[in-house]
Design a protein. Sequence first.
Length: 130
Amino acid sequence: MDTKSGQLRRATPVPPVELVDNWHTRWPMVLKHFDRLGQRKILRLDEDGWLSARQSVLVAFVDGKPAAHLCFHIHPVDRRRIEARLDAVGFAPDQASDYLAEALRQAAVHHALDLNCSGFIGFERRKPQR
């Protein structure tokens, strides 16, 4: 415990989670990550390789490389309500962990709230697939 602040210190540092799309400098690296996991078809890419504005891709980077991702898309239910629907979660080999899964989930929920989503489909906490 940090005696000055009274808060517990994290035993495992939270890796940076970034929102990425085709304009992101690491997009080619992220696409290779999806290819390795066999999940590229989950990405809503148009014929020119542009990611749909309705899909968000969040990636956790460990040592500068994609370690895990979470994708969701937004779906308007009616004029006042937008849902965020989980598309996929994936982990690079040997990177699946509870703390990484939770870091991605929290970042996704915060981003969905920024997009005015009020419903969340598939965002429940679950154990990562190893």
